[in-house]
Design a protein around this ligand. Structure first.
Ligand SMILES: Nc1ncnc2c1ncn2[C@@H]1O[C@H](COP(=O)(O)OP(=O)(O)OP(=O)(O)O)[C@@H](O)[C@H]1O
Ligand SMILES: [Mg+2]
Length: 336
């Protein structure tokens, strides 16, 4: 865990938006707007693990991909605080300038089956980020590849084999080795265990924790499962339809959730739901991002909704201790 007295910024996301223009359907030529990410702001501190949580479609992956510069946001800024170069604004920089930074920001993907090319050997897969943009030959990197495979819990003897020879858990170890081989500063892990058997999920989470210490990594950890986030992250943000509705230290949020949506998410964690009253369970489905409700997007599902919730979107409000929530009637203040 990081020392909160020595917080050093690594990445700052400010008012990030990704709006997609979409067509209604084959016969419906009207244009709609999907606000996949809509005004998201957060800070990542060196050595910390920051969790992004929310139901399917709330914009978690889009946020991660924007930081990876897979696509350009509609608006907003992403600042990377490089230890040598100082603050760098990632959105406007060219691919050429981004190239050296790519090695510093890596991603671990959800599906270890589709994210590894079946025609490449493990050595080629793990070595690829080292060569990206460079001219080096793979054999020059053999020691580095062997070392990171070992640290990821795989024998380097297998590096000439192909992905099909490995189990799901082992494949995810290969994906982790590939992300860490360039010695990145920031690792974005997008649902890294949700495609794995429950029995191997804990092993992979423990490996990620261990490697965080070994390499002094900062994680942006994406998951829909709050228990995974609780285990991995010191701070977290809860997203609902493209927006952050609650942000703060994990323990604060787990003990005193301020937003009814967070409370609903907590109620579906198997170990805690025995204590949750039925009225606080999450009902209904996530709002359609292309046809948003008026006011607070959560109001149609919210057990505490009042008239103001139907009319006004609540701004993020400070609750102290770096805890913020976007609710007109946050639970902490109202004692509901
Ligand atoms: N290329 C695209 N064009 C239009 N809409 C898109 C596009 N990519 C994503 N979306 C929409 O943006 C929203 C956010 O998607 P995103 O994949 O970021 O969600 P997520 O939180 O990662 O969900 P999941 O838990 O299912 O992975 C969804 O409504 C999705 O349908
Ligand atoms: Mg996703």
């Amino acid at each position: 865990m990081m020392d909160p007295t020595k917080k050093e910024l690594l990445l700052e996301v400010n008012d990030l938006c990704m709006h997609y223009s979409v067509q209604g359907g084959f016969f419906d030529k009207s244009k709609g707007l999907v606000k996949a990410v809509d005004g998201v702001s957060f800070k990542l501190y060196k050595g910390s693990a920051f969790g992004l949580v929310g139901e399917s479609g709330c914009g978690k992956t889009t946020t991660g991909r924007l930081i990876m510069k897979v696509m350009k946001p509609t608006s907003g800024s992403i600042t990377f605080y490089d230890n040598k170069l100082g603050p760098i604004e990632l959105v406007p920089i060219s691919n050429k300038k981004m190239r050296p930074l790519r090695k510093k920001i890596q991603m671990v993907f959800q599906d270890p089956y589709s994210s590894l090319d079946p025609r490449m050997t493990i050595q080629q897969i793990v070595g690829e980020p080292l060569r990206a943009g460079g001219r080096g030959e793979l054999h020059e990197y053999k020691n580095k590849i062997a070392d990171i495979l070992q640290k990821s819990g795989l024998s380097p003897d297998y590096m000439d084999r192909y992905p099909h020879a490995f189990s799901g858990g082992q494949r995810q170890r290969i994906g982790i080795a590939r992300a860490l081989v360039t010695q990145p500063q920031l690792v974005i892990a997008d649902e890294p265990v949700s495609a794995l058997d429950v029995s191997v999920q804990a092993q992979i989470l423990n490996l990620l924790k261990e490697l965080q210490q070994v390499f002094d990594l900062t994680y942006l950890f994406i998951a829909h499962d709050l228990s995974v986030i609780r285990y991995m992250c010191d701070t977290l943000a809860v997203m609902y339809v493209g927006r952050i509705v609650e942000i703060g230290r994990s323990e604060d949020i787990f003990h005193h959730p301020a937003h009814p949506y967070t409370e609903g998410l907590l109620s579906i964690i198997p170990r805690t739901n025995t204590r949750t009253k039925p009225g606080k369970m999450l009902k209904g489905a996530i709002a359609d991002a292309s046809n948003l409700p008026s006011g607070c997007y959560f109001h149609p599902r919210c057990p505490h909704a009042q008239d103001i919730c139907k009319n006004e979107y609540p701004p993020l409000r400070d609750l102290g201790n770096e805890h913020q929530t976007a609710c007109h009637f946050d639970l902490k203040l109202k004692g509901i």
